[in-house]
Design a binder for this molecule. Structure first.
Ligand code: B12
Length: 217
């Protein structure tokens, strides 16, 4: 099983579709914990890839290809994750998830959405590159308990603050909890912009979302 985790990580880093899909299939069929595969395998590999990119060891087309491998592997892990769904927890709580305007990174946001679903949350995924206008509209229409804002670029992280300011201006700020995340986001930033919560990864996001709606301490 550990070998397959290593093959999976290497396949994501090297953008090798077949070995990656085969390794993740063996892991899931062999009963590996899907959360462990996602967080300690796939997310770790993408972080490592980002470091290699920074050092100039890989280039944009290779990262695009790795993201495709990630999506294919995720399509195998997600059903296993959802099969463990807790039917009672957090029922009737809706979370709107999106990646903010200008930002096309959605792999992490999708992971958070999937793990929230397994914990019984309803998730309305608005996708990526989502403007404050659209978020305001969706909050008015769907009345979610929580909105989750993902940002992966230092240039788009400030848009999380733009959204919060807009919610204040529209009189919506006290109607919805705001949770922020994404690799460059910090707890200090979350506090500075007046977000209700920050989480570093998807399992933590679930715990924090439960606290926000009062089903966990
Ligand atoms: C894959 C990737 C891409 C893919 C994205 C594919 C996709 N569909 O998402 C592609 C190739 C398209 C891409 C494009 C670009 N990218 Co890019 N990308 C990455 C990379 C390597 C991995 C990101 C990822 O998916 N990680 C895996 C997931 C699982 O982790 P995650 O997103 O962090 O999510 C976890 C947590 O953060 C948290 N979380 C995430 N969202 C949320 C939301 C909430 C509410 C909560 C609570 C928690 C939470 O939970 C998740 C699960 O644990 C990162 C490197 C890195 N260190 O992040 C660079 C990186 C983010 N990219 C970078 C750059 C520069 C770009 C481009 C500008 C490159 C270019 N010249 O075009 C473009 C920007 C396009 C755009 N407008 O958005 C830089 C950003 C640098 C900076 N200063 O901002 C990075 C850091 C790479 C680097 N080291 O330089 N990229």
């Amino acid at each position: 099983m550990n070998d397959d985790m290593e093959i999976l990580k290497r396949s994501l880093i090297n953008a090798e579709m077949d070995p990656g899909v085969e390794a993740v299939t063996r892991l899931i069929q062999g009963g590996a914990n899907p959360t462990h595969v996602l967080e300690d395998g796939m997310a770790v590999a993408m972080f490592e890839l980002g470091e290699m990119w920074k050092r100039g060891e890989v280039f944009l087309p290779e990262v695009v290809a790795s993201a495709e491998v990630f999506k294919a592997c995720n399509a195998i892990v997600e059903p296993a994750l959802l099969a463990n769904k807790d039917p009672n927890a957090a029922a009737n709580a809706l979370v709107i998830m999106c990646t903010v305007k200008g930002d096309l990174h959605d792999l992490g946001k999708n992971m958070v959405g999937a793990m929230l679903r397994t914990s019984g949350f309803d998730v309305h995924d608005m996708g990526k590159d989502v403007s404050a206008d659209r978020i305001v509209e969706a909050i008015r229409e769907l009345e979610p308990q929580i909105v989750g804002l993902s940002a992966l670029l230092t240039t788009t992280v400030p848009y999380q603050e733009t959204v919060i300011k807009r919610l204040v201006a529209e009189g919506l700020r006290d109607k919805v909890k705001v949770m922020v995340g994404g690799a460059p986001v910090t707890p200090e930033w979350a506090e500075k912009i007046g977000a209700d919560a920050y989480a570093n990864n998807a399992p933590e996001a679930v715990e924090i979302a439960k606290k926000l709606i009062g089903v966990a301490r």
